[in-house]
Design a protein around this ligand. Structure first.
Ligand code: GAR
Length: 207
């Protein structure tokens, strides 16, 4: 009998990379049963790239200015991910909108994390949006990526209270702690083939 080959993940990140770090740590602990094959960033100085290098993961800055338009940049990202034969693409603070062709290429195999309880507060500054709306509960969402910003079938969510004393930073930090828990968990559910999308909902098979 042949052994199952190790699943491969490609990660796209634009900034600090704390979610990326949570995924790296989960892989190293064995909580996520995969190899991170490549980390790509559209930002040369993304801390995410430094984090990856520290763990000897292949990392690359892909310069958007080297591509004539958005579609060709996406195509270059896609080419690099395909070259690594990734099974799953994880957006971890990737602050670019993916085009139709990219999404089509990796249909049903792209996950994103967003710091709000979607469908509330998509887009930029979701924690500020939550404070402005006066909600008492906010949180984070891992979802499959579709052709709309921060939208697609929801895999996991985690809620946190919004406290009267919260500013953006306090709320963002409380949400971030949950992001680092649910993102690796959602990835592992995907890798275990336990997620089925049905009528816009994600059904999760029991263990
Ligand atoms: C995270 O809070 C993530 O949820 C958010 O960007 C932050 C990246 O932090 N993503 C989005 O807002 C996507 N629309 P990180 O680089 O430390 O993981």
């Amino acid at each position: 009998m042949t052994n199952k080959t190790q699943s491969k993940i490609g990660i796209l990140a634009s900034g600090r990379g704390s979610n990326l770090q949570a995924i790296i740590d989960a892989v190293e602990r064995g909580d996520v049963d995969a190899e991170i094959s490549v980390i790509l960033s559209n930002k040369e100085n993304a801390q995410a790239l430094e984090r990856g290098k520290k763990h000897n993961i292949e990392c690359a800055f892909v310069d958007p200015k080297a591509s004539p338009d958005k579609e060709s940049f996406d195509r270059e990202m896609s080419r690099r991910l395909k070259e690594k034969q990734v099974d799953l693409v994880c957006l971890a603070g990737y602050m670019r909108i993916l085009g139709a062709e990219f999404i089509e290429t990796f249909q049903g195999r792209i996950l994103n994390i967003h710091p709000s309880l979607l469908p509330d507060f998509p887009g930029l500054f979701p924690q500020q949006q939550a404070l402005d709306a006066g909600v008492k509960v906010s949180g984070c969402t891992v979802h499959f990526v579709e052709l709309a910003v921060d939208a697609g079938p929801i895999v996991l969510q985690s809620a946190v209270p919004v406290k009267d004393s919260d500013g953006v930073d306090e709320l963002a930090q409380r949400i971030l702690e949950q992001e680092h828990i649910i993102y690796p968990r959602a990835i592992q559910l995907f890798l275990e083939n336990r997620l089925t999308v049905s009528g816009g909902r994600v059904l999760i098979k029991d263990d």
